[in-house]
Design a protein around this ligand. Structure first.
Ligand code: SF4
Length: 676
């Protein structure tokens, strides 16, 4: 069996995979992300490539049609909405599952040819707070770390990250490094005790949203202990004094941790030179998500623990191509190639390169606001690509009603029966993993190829082609005359070269003469170049900024509901749900609850609990465990309305967002629970 070198479609680790049409799956020993390792999800990919449930033909109002009719209908409805109500009346909602080429084309159509910026994605749910925090601190959305830093660090701090389940191969790499160097220390900061905590030397069961207080407390300790690197800060950082003053005013009691726990963490951090702080959704998915990110970055900037091997803050992304999406501007508040919508010079340069008739001038609607606009009747045509917001967004019942309120809804998807497709007027069959070609960028800025090794079934087409075909029918044929993904990648690299006058971190020059067909996994700007090694950042004065951040007022609901992933499932289980082996790990929805809380509710093992919030309710089986702190519940997010009749998790979550990033707070909403 010939095996094709491709990349796993799940998490942001971006592991290399050798895949065959007979379902053979092996870890790619030559891929620098995983060196042959795979986690349970990646190893089971061969069990998920059947055609059960696939959308194989275009459909309009449930009736099969041909591509020309469907594409004509999509283009004419979008054009009519724009003509009658303006470009802001249409929107795209896309996905970190899209390949970079798909993202690039969708972003170009919306921002350069429709002339609005209403293109947001489920990446908003994943790492928007990290993007905002990076831009405030560095002037750019730069992830400075590499995976090798995790192996070279003497202290790894994992904040709001169940790496063992959510980024398993990175966890494996850290576990191997710790085994080789037992003096390496690991601290896990998470309200829950998770599989990741089991590797940690210190687990801090922090109060929900206590992260700003914790890292402000650390910054104050560093200042009081004389551990600030004053020379570094003077030369390379603005805002040190203000940030330290604010930090000293913080009440560390907000962390919920006791004095010995705080002292142990602060002392370990202060006396270890090589520290990597890894953070994920427990930081980002919060109403104070951006401030949490900056509280972490402040500690690294104040001590110069950035830009060196084994040092630095490291945001790990949840999705396979959230990084590629943000590189090409696939968020409502970005332009393209790490440029800003707000900057007229940036807009002019991109418009000139695209030779486009218009360019967006203001940021578009971020995910939660986008669906609120749908509910308010402001969006007349909506195109949802490769994602299932009727289940995955907070207040998902409200989102489903909002989608139903849009006069014209298109979805492009691999599957036919999804909660969102049920609400669409037009279904466009999209090619899936293994069937299409393109590139993805992983959490360490490494661009890898995804390659086809399966026949494309039925009439399915690649997303970039579907979008380009609609663009052509809207009158933009010349600008979207791509014949293959390599054409799009080459244009993306050429755009980057055309923008070289603007100070940016993104630099794709290493791909200028790339052999796309045989592209090997490559980091930008180039392997072994270390961001910020010279102390230069991207604000106009070349310095980084420490942002003074204050701990949010913490509410104390009877129960705080935390949500997240299971080890063996991915998002709404469209692919992993096909594998009986993966399904056997945790076979049904559940609710982690502390034994004391269970006693108080009168809930025995396996009891059914009714969980309610102002937005909805769900019935969940109690999983009584002291891994859940008292007063806190945890439930996985994977089960859709089609997989459970007892209520989905995001029917409970509130559409509250971080005010800076717009990222929803999915980790600590207030709920009640009673025995059903
Ligand atoms: Fe896929 Fe992530 Fe597992 Fe690697 S760690 S095999 S990218 S799910």
């Amino acid at each position: 069996m010939t095996l094709t070198r491709t990349t796993c479609p799940y998490c942001g680790v971006g592991c290399g995979v050798l895949a065959g049409a007979d379902g053979t799956i092996k870890g790619d020993p030559d891929h620098p992300a995983n060196f042959g390792r795979l986690c349970s999800k990646g190893a089971a990919l061969g069990e998920t490539i059947d055609l059960d449930g696939r959308l194989l033909h275009p459909k309009v109002n449930g009736v099969r049609t041909n591509w020309d009719s469907a594409l004509d209908l999509v283009a004419s409805n979008f054009s009519a909405a724009i003509a009658e109500h303006g470009p802001e009346s249409v929107a795209f909602y896309a996905s970190g599952q899209l390949l970079t080429e798909d993202y690039y084309v969708a972003n170009k159509l919306m921002k350069g040819f429709i002339g609005a910026a209403n293109m947001d994605t489920n990446s908003r749910l994943c790492m928007a707070s990290s993007v905002a925090g990076h831009k405030r601190a560095f002037g750019t959305d730069t992830v400075p770390g590499t995976y090798r830093d995790l192996e070279e660090a003497d202290l790894i701090v994992l904040v709001g990250s169940n790496l063992a389940w959510c980024h398993p191969v990175l966890y494996q790499r850290i576990a191997a490094a710790k085994e080789a160097r037992p003096n390496m220390r690991i601290v896990n900061i998470d309200p829950r005790r998770t599989a990741t905590s089991d590797l940690a030397d210190l687990h801090l069961s922090i109060a929900p949203d206590g992260d700003v207080a914790l890292f402000n407390g650390l910054l104050a300790h560093l200042a009081e202990a004389g551990r600030i690197d004053a020379n570094y800060a003077t030369a390379h950082v603005n805002g040190l004094a203000e940030a330290v003053t604010t930090a000293k005013d913080t009440d560390v009691a907000d962390t919920g941790l006791n004095a010995p726990e705080l002292a142990a963490f602060f002392d370990l951090w202060a006396r270890t030179d090589k520290v990597v702080t890894v953070y994920s959704q427990g930081v980002n998915q919060s109403q104070s998500g951006t401030d949490k990110v900056n509280a972490i970055l402040n500690c690294h900037l104040a001590t110069g623990r950035i830009g060196k091997p084994g040092c630095g803050p490291f945001s790990v992304t949840g999705q396979p191509n959230a990084m590629g999406g943000r590189e090409v501007g696939g968020l409502a508040n970005m332009l393209a190639n790490h440029l800003d919508i707000a900057d007229p010079d940036h807009r002019a340069a991109v418009q000139a390169f695209w030779d486009s008739p218009t360019i967006c001038t203001t940021p578009g609607l971020k995910a939660v606001d986008l669906f609120a606009a749908c509910a308010a009747g402001k969006i007349k045509a909506l195109w949802i690509m490769s994602t299932n917001p009727a289940v995955s967004l907070p207040d998902s019942d409200g989102v489903a009603a909002a989608i139903a309120n849009v006069p014209f809804v298109v979805t492009s998807d691999m599957l036919e029966a999804t909660d969102t497709n049920d609400l669409a007027h037009v279904l466009l069959p999209a090619a899936g993993w293994g069937e299409k070609d393109g590139t993805v960028t992983n959490s360490e800025r490494r661009i890898s190829r995804q390659r086809a090794f399966l026949e494309t079934p039925g009439e399915a087409r690649a997303d970039w082609r579907i979008i380009s075909d609609v663009a052509a029918r809207m009158g933009f044929a010349d600008a979207f005359a791509y014949r293959k993904p390599a054409d799009i990648f080459a244009e993306y690299v050429a755009l980057d070269a055309a923008l070289s006058a603007f100070p940016r971190d993104l630099d794709l020059s290493i791909f200028a003469d790339a052999d796309y067909a045989n592209l090997i996994p490559t980091q930008w700007p180039q392997d072994d170049k270390r961001f910020f090694a010279d102390g230069q950042f991207y604000h106009p004065d070349g310095k980084a900024r420490m942002v003074p951040v204050t701990s949010p007022a913490l509410s104390q609901p009877r129960f705080a509901l935390n949500t997240g992933r299971n080890r063996d499932q991915w998002h709404t289980m469209t692919r992993t749900g096909k594998s009986a082996r993966l399904g056997a790990h945790l076979a049904e929805p559940y609710l982690e609850i502390n034994p004391c809380d269970a006693v108080e509710l009168g809930a025995g093992p396996g009891a059914i609990l009714k969980v309610e919030s102002p937005f909805g309710s769900a019935l969940l089986r109690a999983l009584i465990t002291d891994r859940a702190p008292q007063g806190q519940l945890f439930a996985p997010m994977h089960w859709t309305r089609q997989r459970t009749t007892s209520g989905t998790i995001n029917s409970l979550t509130a559409p509250d967002v971080d005010p800076v990033s717009g990222q929803p707070a999915l980790k600590s909403g207030g709920v009640t629970a009673t025995v059903f």
